[in-house]
Design a protein around this ligand. Structure first.
Ligand code: UDP
Length: 457
């Protein structure tokens, strides 16, 4: 059991997650870690995509209104619009919520870096804030580079999306990231981008510290660079899920039948395929994927998320021999218990979009990846996984094509190159687990974080 470092009198942290799966999960894990270290936790959350309090009986939950409708669904195209809506609508309800809590000895507000409105409210009420950035640290350095490149007029953002995608030049100081790997929040409009980058930088500068779900052995020198640039304490205390007690934060129900299916498969024989909670596929892409997967001759567990079509109907529309081949070789689900899947010995690789949680979860279980980034920080993660940590096959095509699928799967699951990645992934797994054990880098940094919060509470 963790020592209750916050002392006999529990100090209250108000924790504000962003209402996206890849943000809510790490924030609740962080809250559990801080709770184990003696803090009381109040989760202040939007009504939109709200967490389920019954999964976290030790926390109290307080909703505030957000101006979003429950029928709103998140896609890569409306993420920025949704965060803007939150910024426009949440400040006042959040302030009212805090005013109702003032008697409860708030030590600090810990908030997601996308919940921009928190800062101004905290300043008005003279409450300290700590930021959680749910990306890797290199991604925030990449924002910093974007800011600099924009102000120097060096970024070809005026060019169209195709030109930008073709830009193979390496970004000075961020090798091996190329210009085409920079996270541009979808926008290629310089003014919009500048505005977004200003918000990121302001958030970091006005907080009393920044927490990352990353690990020194992955990004220690990048974390040091951030400390130099921003002159704020930075706390890399990942992998959160290696320290937090397991509790569900899934918006969708996890289909555990795939675990029974995995139990029947040989060790390292299955490719797990999932592109996270936001990306969905067109019917044409699904068809290319299924043919590519079948030609690879590998077994697969596939989280199928489709745009504008019903997956069951799509499967039924496939030719009978294709359906039979899937039945012999594949298991398809709508949503998987991903961490359990990745921990399973039958899984030999992960075809991933390289969301940061998925990337870290995969490395934590020693599973190499096919890295198929789509937008935002995924490109940064993909480049790091393939070229720095060397545990990933980088997807190079722009479109989904069955021949490319077959090649990438074979490279990861069969070829000598894939076998080397497997070995490298085992080394990394050991290092990542070491970091979260007593005396490891993340555990030690967590002690500093707790002391830091206590120093101003
Ligand atoms: N996830 C899951 N089941 C699935 C697919 C994903 O539980 O079938 C979880 C996964 O473990 C991760 C999160 O959803 O914690 C996705 O976060 P990530 O940052 O990888 O990607 P995003 O969804 O934000 O693009």
């Amino acid at each position: 059991m963790e020592k209750h470092r916050a002392g006999n009198r529990r100090r209250r942290l108000v924790v504000v997650p962003a209402p996206f799966q890849g943000h809510l999960t790490p924030m609740l894990q962080l809250a559990s870690i801080l709770h184990s270290n003696g803090f009381s936790i109040t989760i202040a959350h939007t009504r939109f995509n709200s967490p389920d309090p019954s999964n976290h009986p030790h926390f109290s939950f307080l909703p505030f209104s957000d101006g979003l409708s429950h029928s709103d669904s998140i896609s890569s195209h409306n993420l920025t619009a949704i965060t803007d809506t939150l910024s426009a609508n949440c400040a006042s309800p959040f302030r009212d919520l805090l005013l109702r809590l003032t008697t409860q000895n708030i030590a600090c507000i810990v908030h997601d870096g996308l919940m921009y409105f928190v800062d101004s409210v905290a300043q008005q009420l003279n409450l300290p804030t700590i930021l959680l950035r749910t990306t890797c640290a290199t991604n925030v350095l990449a924002y910093h580079s974007l800011h600099r490149l924009l102000s120097e007029g060096c970024l070809p953002l005026q060019a169209n999306e195709t030109c930008r995608h073709a830009d193979e030049r390496v970004v000075p100081g961020l090798e091996p990231l190329r210009f085409k790997d920079l996270p541009t929040f979808i926008s290629t409009n310089s003014d919009v981008l500048q505005y977004q980058l200003n918000k990121v930088q302001h958030g970091i500068k006005s907080s009393l510290g920044v927490i990352f779900n990353t690990v020194d052995c992955l990004e220690g020198h990048r974390v040091d660079e951030l400390r130099q640039i921003y002159q704020v304490p930075i706390f890399p205390i990942g992998a959160f899920h290696g320290m937090a007690p397991d509790s569900s934060s899934s918006f969708l129900e996890q289909d555990h039948s795939c675990i029974a299916w995995l139990h029947e498969q040989a060790p390292r024989s299955v490719l797990y395929v999932s592109l996270g909670s936001i990306i969905t596929w067109e019917e044409k892409e699904l068809t290319e994927m299924v043919y590519g997967l079948l030609s690879s001759k590998q077994k697969f567990l596939w989280v199928v998320r489709a745009r504008a079509i019903d997956v069951t109907e799509w499967v039924e529309s496939l030719a009978e021999d294709v359906r039979k081949a899937i039945g012999d070789r594949g298991c398809m689900v709508r949503w998987a218990p991903q961490k359990e899947v990745l921990a399973h010995e039958a899984v030999g690789g992960f075809w991933s979009h390289c969301g940061w949680n998925s990337t870290l979860e995969s490395m934590y279980e020693g599973k190499p990846m096919i890295c198929q980034a789509h937008f935002g920080d995924q490109r940064v993660n993909s480049r790091l996984a393939s070229h720095v940590w060397k545990v990933g096959v980088e997807w190079s095509g722009d479109v989904m094509e069955r021949g490319d699928v077959e090649k990438a799967v074979t490279k990861l699951m069969v070829d000598p190159q894939g076998k080397q990645m497997w070995q490298r992934a085992q080394q990394l797994k050991r290092q990542l687990r070491q970091a979260v054990t007593q005396g490891g880098s993340s555990r030690n940094t967590l002690i500093h974080l707790v002391d830091h919060i206590l120093s101003f509470s």
